[in-house]
Design a protein around this ligand. Structure first.
Ligand code: SF4
Length: 492
């Protein structure tokens, strides 16, 4: 949705939509589909019926056999809810993650929490552990909160509007669950569907750019062809706004909405790819306006639809990360060695914001111009002392403190460079005395190596841990080689 109506109305028209629309009008020959009343969309009609039929036929023959598609097919009571839960979990996992990766996560998730009731009884810790590596941890938190909400209410909501009331479920997931599990005639619009619709109708506007998925009263819609929709604005005929949900909603097969939505997504995910669409195998190629335009004009490519929106540059952050290892024996060789005697300090992140509530090694953001080793250590010491109440100097002796390397982790909007150091401490007292009194013990943990290996760490933190492991192994190898070399020199 255009956030500012004025800005929306002032938007400069682009030439391509007009040209595309004009050319597409010429291509649409079905007079029965013309002249829809002003203010309505008329994507239905004979052509739309043909698209539905051809798409569904193709889907039946080619659909991928995915575990969530088999859920609830056993028959008997509860099938719909079982399917709804499966669709919900899989769709949340599939956001930003490839299908082969999700299949494995999904199977393990379902083996552990086969129903919404089972999930509702889980803890956030357990869910985070299961989710570790999938990224976007907020989704895992919402799944758990949503499950609790559904169980509390007593039943799985059956309609898209009721599903949207559940924590973390938006238009997309609500549409997927309602149509696939409960047969509601609602559209599901993800990036794949936008691409297919954009090409079918030769609409170059990209919803990420300026137009909208949601309904708005700002403009009037007028259909002038079976597949052509031109938006006439009250404030000027040259402005184009798109509502892909609206268009897709007109196409959804009323008798098989779930299969239709899956077929659209499947087409976008397989044949109608971003850069190399396989138009010769496409079941709806004879209806595809982008393909028709490209065959008439060599300068037009189907991949021009929808227009590519340049990604916003991610913010660059820098962090000092200190892997604090408590050595139970202060001999350096033993301290480097991997073994269950060593303990590692983990800190729980705040419950809000990036990676909320997840465990990490002590980390502190540093300014871009101040990433030198001296400043990083100063910031880390301050963090340990002031925020965690850990007084390293008073409570321990530092056996080793060395830089291990850097790791760059890319979040959706942040490029985080982590400067990793290893600090090995020998404690003067028991480990629980390392922190001053008053430290909230639920926010930090000392865990042994075995526990670090098995716990659900984010992929960035896992990478940091592996860097430290490699570093220690390298040092051990170097240590073991020194006497050998000395010996061999003596022999010469
Ligand atoms: S014909 Fe090509 S561009 Fe058009 S919908 Fe099919 S795969 Fe996509």
């Amino acid at each position: 949705m255009a956030k500012n109506p004025k800005a929306a109305n002032n938007r400069r028209p682009t030439r391509k939509p007009r040209a595309a629309a004009a050319a597409a009008i010429a291509l649409s020959g079905d007079i029965e589909d013309l002249a829809a009343p002003s203010g309505s969309i008329k994507a239905a009609g004979a052509a739309a019926k043909a698209v539905r039929a051809e798409l569904l036929r193709w889907y039946e023959a080619n659909r991928r056999d995915l575990p969530w598609r088999r859920a609830g097919e056993r028959g008997g009571g509860g099938g719909e809810e079982e399917r709804a839960y499966a669709v919900w979990v899989s769709e949340v996992m599939l956001q930003q993650t490839r299908v082969p990766v999700v299949v494995d996560y999904y199977s393990r998730w379902m083996a552990r929490w086969p129903s919404v009731h089972a999930l509702a009884a889980a803890t956030q810790e357990e869910v985070n552990e299961m989710w570790a590596g999938l990224g976007y941890y907020r989704r895992a938190r919402f799944l758990l909160e949503g499950a609790k909400q559904i169980v509390e209410k007593g039943e799985f909501p059956h309609t898209a509007s009721a599903l949207r009331e559940v924590r973390g479920i938006g238009d997309y997931t609500a549409g997927a669950i309602a149509s696939i599990a409960f047969n509601e005639v609602v559209p599901v619009v993800d990036g794949n569907v936008v691409r297919v619709i954009s090409r079918l109708y030769a609409i170059p506007d990209n919803p990420k750019e300026s137009s909208t998925f949601s309904h708005t009263a700002m403009f009037e819609l007028e259909a002038v062809g079976g597949f052509i929709l031109i938006w006439k604005l009250p404030h000027g005929p040259e402005q184009f706004f798109l509502d892909y949900r609206e268009i897709t909603g007109q196409l959804v097969d009323p008798s098989r909405p779930g299969d239709f939505n899956q077929a659209m997504m499947e087409l976008g995910a397989t044949l109608c790819s971003k850069t190399k669409p396989s138009c010769s195998q496409c079941p709806v190629s004879s209806h595809c306006q982008a393909l028709a335009l490209s065959s008439q004009n060599a300068s037009v490519k189907v991949t021009d639809y929808p227009r590519v929106v340049p990604k916003a540059k991610p913010r660059c952050d820098f962090a000092a990360v200190c892997v604090v290892q408590i050595a139970q024996d202060f001999d350096q060789g033993i301290a480097y060695a991997t073994g269950n005697d060593n303990l590692f300090l983990l800190i729980k992140r705040p419950e809000k914001g990036l990676l909320a509530g997840l465990w990490e090694f002590p980390s502190v953001l540093v300014n871009e111009g101040k990433t030198d080793g001296l400043n990083r250590r100063k910031e880390m010491d301050k963090y340990l002392k002031q925020l965690l109440r850990i007084d390293v100097k008073r409570r321990s002796s530092v056996i080793l403190r060395e830089d291990v390397g850097q790791h760059v982790h890319i979040f959706s909007h942040i490029r985080l460079t982590m400067f990793v150091e290893l600090m090995i401490l020998n404690l003067k007292d028991a480990v629980d005395k390392l922190c001053d009194e008053g430290q909230d013990s639920t926010k930090l943990r000392f865990i042994d190596e075995k526990a670090v290996e098995s716990m659900g760490l984010t992929s960035g933190i896992r990478k940091v841990y592996n860097m430290v492991k490699d570093f220690k192994e390298k040092r051990l190898t170097e240590q073991s080689q020194v006497p050998t070399r000395k010996r061999s020199r003596r022999l010469k």
